[in-house]
Design a protein around this ligand. Structure first.
Ligand code: DNO
Length: 346
């Protein structure tokens, strides 16, 4: 596996030099952030990320995300042009040496939390999701955006989008996803890129919108839509693990060979559909990180790993979920689990 770290570009309070100093770190996960979803990324912008990373001896082989425009998810008239643009981005990224592209197919909203700063007993704070609090949010009244989202919409845009999704149920979303994959996967194959869809977070419907990348049955269906290794997964334990009946090690074994990128983090279930984000080690949350890493190693996983959302600790301020300290601790913990499993299982 190759250990990587998400970097949000020059505006990120975490610097590339800090990332470089995390033991065993090989590269960054980043994206071109100044181009609206749906448009083509310039070769210069892609090359600039690569050379900044290289100046700190870091690789740039994973992009997160190339966002999928809502018109593609909706199957709207503009979808064909936007899919062409998407394919062009895949080509350009492949030419620049990118090996994996992470993306999601969640209508309107990316990952969702109801709290950004839940204070823990030890004085750190975490992101949290409370099912009842979620039920009381009306995005058309309050608006909604989270740090780290690729796209945010104004209340007017949200109203319009949510209206358009009224006629798009789960089956239609599957069809639109298939249309997207049938165009993009052959280009990815030819470009030496593996596509890696990110699961829906949380993996259930929100605000009445369909969400389909949620569980073992649906991931299996997804992989068959276009049955090519280039059509793969980002296995995000914190997202899939929020649904308590998802057996993560079993899913990893089942999908071995199709997992190109792993987001490894822990969460603590606080009731049936509520959870908070914890430090990475198994004993800090509800997920067995050892069993997860062991399943990856047993399946011959050779992809990219990144620690995922961290708590804010030691007084750090910055982008919620994406501070330096707790993610760096997570990275070294994960590196230790991998070293132990790889050496033990050899
Ligand atoms: C949250 C992230 C997601 C992810 C996208 C992938 O922190 O894991 O925002 O980047 O869903 O497209």
């Amino acid at each position: 596996m190759k250990l990587t770290f998400r970097w949000y570009g020059d505006d990120d309070p975490v610097t590339l030099n800090q990332i470089r100093q995390i033991p065993t770190m090989t590269g960054i996960v980043s994206a071109v952030y100044d181009v609206p979803a749906g448009e083509v990324w310039s070769r210069e912008s892609i090359a600039a990320i690569k050379s900044k990373a290289a100046a700190e001896a870091l690789e740039f082989e994973v992009v997160e995300s190339v966002p999928v425009h809502e018109e593609i998810k909706l199957g709207a008239p503009g979808a064909a042009r936007l899919i062409d643009n998407y394919c062009e981005n895949v080509r350009r990224l492949g030419e620049a040496g990118v090996k994996v592209i992470c993306y999601n197919f969640m209508p309107v909203f990316d990952w969702l939390r109801t709290e950004l700063k839940r204070v823990n007993a030890d004085g750190s704070d975490s992101l949290a999701y409370d099912f009842d609090a979620m039920a009381s949010i009306n995005p058309l009244v309050q608006g909604l955006s989270l740090p780290g989202w690729d796209e945010c919409y104004t209340k007017e845009q949200l109203k319009d989008l949510l209206g358009q999704y009224e006629s798009v149920g789960e089956e239609q979303l599957w069809k639109n996803l298939q249309t997207f994959l049938e165009a993009v996967i052959p280009v990815a194959e030819a470009s030496g890129v593996n596509m890696a869809i990110h699961p829906d977070d949380p993996p259930w419907s929100v605000f009445g919108l369909p969400r389909i990348i949620t569980n073992e049955t649906n991931l299996a269906r997804f992989l068959k839509l276009v049955d090519s290794p280039a059509n793969g997964l980002t296995f995000c334990t914190g997202s899939l693990g929020a649904a308590q009946d998802n057996n993560l090690p079993a899913m990893i074994r089942k999908f071995a060979g199709r997992i190109h990128f792993a987001h490894l983090r822990n969460i603590l279930w606080t009731d049936g559909h509520s959870f908070e984000e914890t430090a990475h080690p198994s004993s800090c949350g509800s997920l067995d990180m050892f069993e997860i890493v062991k399943a990856l190693v047993e399946g011959g996983f050779e992809g990219y790993v990144r620690p995922d959302h961290g708590r804010m600790i030691w007084g750090e301020t910055g982008r919620f979920g994406y501070g330096l300290y707790d993610r760096a601790l997570g990275a070294t913990y994960l590196a230790g689990l991998f070293e132990a499993c790889e050496r033990f299982l050899k």
